[in-house]
Write a protein that binds this ligand. Structure first.
Ligand SMILES: Nc1nc2c(ncn2[C@@H]2O[C@H](COP(=O)(O)OP(=O)(O)O)[C@@H](O)[C@H]2O)c(=O)[nH]1
Ligand SMILES: [Mg+2]
Length: 234
């Protein structure tokens, strides 16, 4: 049954180990992969959701071992409607790498792409990045912000549903530029994905950014839009 109104492509990026694959699997399959074998060799997963009375097909792209900057190709970003940039709230280097990811996004992604900063692993007790710091960084870079736990299923559904709702609004308005502003204002009012206000400054404490992270050169995530690797009906 292919009776959906919109199809949106959502792309996850961020350092290896931050929990991208777990977030996708939590959302599409409702599970948290045991052990450390979270790597899935698929280009994307599909989940159909219903938002605001519309059936929406979400095509969610997860980097399969390509987290190193410059190894993710332009084609991976190009047609994304939304980009989820993930860091690990218990791992400072993953936060310190965010500017590098933003540079890459700026270079390759559509200028109107919806950007969401996600601090994952809120269930952990060894937090290194305070919520306010993530929030502030997101605000500085005009991104939405949400903290999640793929493990505890906290805010994961909400993340994808909010994105879908946002993209529907943009699609309906048929004017992406003004839609972004409207959406941001609406979010601030409702406080859903908080683009709120914080006066804390984000401090990069470490500089061993990304070294040794994201090994692997699996280059299968480009150019296969339209194929149907894994279908998760919703
Ligand atoms: N405590 C905790 N661990 C997580 C969470 N999400 C992922 N992990 C763990 O972090 C590691 C990396 O997860 P993975 O999804 O493979 O990260 P990826 O490299 O970004 O795709 C795995 O050992 C996961 O079990 C989370 O929300 N909480
Ligand atoms: Mg992964």
């Amino acid at each position: 049954m292919e009776d959906y109104k919109f199809l949106f492509k959502i792309v996850l990026v961020g350092n290896a180990g931050v929990g991208k694959t777990c977030l996708v699997r939590r959302f599409t399959q409702g599970l948290f992969p045991p052990g450390q074998g979270a790597t899935i060799g698929v280009d994307f997963m599909i989940k159909t959701v219903e938002v605001e009375g519309e059936k929406i097909k979400l095509q969610i792209w997860d980097t399969a071992g390509q987290e190193r900057f410059r190894s993710i190709t332009q084609s991976y970003y190009r047609s994304a409607h939304a980009l989820i940039l993930v860091y690990d709230i218990s791992c400072q280097p993953t936060f310190d790498c965010l500017p590098d990811w933003l540079r890459e996004i700026q270079e390759y992604a559509n200028i109107k792409v919806l950007k969401i900063l996600v601090g994952n692993k809120t269930d952990r007790h060894d937090r290194e990045i305070p919520t306010e710091v993530g929030h502030y960084f997101a605000k500085q870079h005009e991104m939405y912000f949400l903290e999640t736990s793929a493990k505890e299923a906290e805010n994961v559904e909400r993340l994808f549903y909010e994105i879908a709702a946002e993209l529907i609004d943009q699609a309906r308005s048929k004017d992406g530029s003004s839609a972004a502003t409207t959406a941001a204002q609406r979010q601030t009012d409702s406080g859903s994905i908080g683009l709120g206000f914080s006066s804390l400054s984000a401090k990069a404490a470490q500089s061993n950014c990304c070294s040794g992270l994201g090994l692997g050169n699996n280059d299968n995530a480009s150019g296969t839009v339209g194929s149907n690797n894994t279908s998760q009906g919703g």
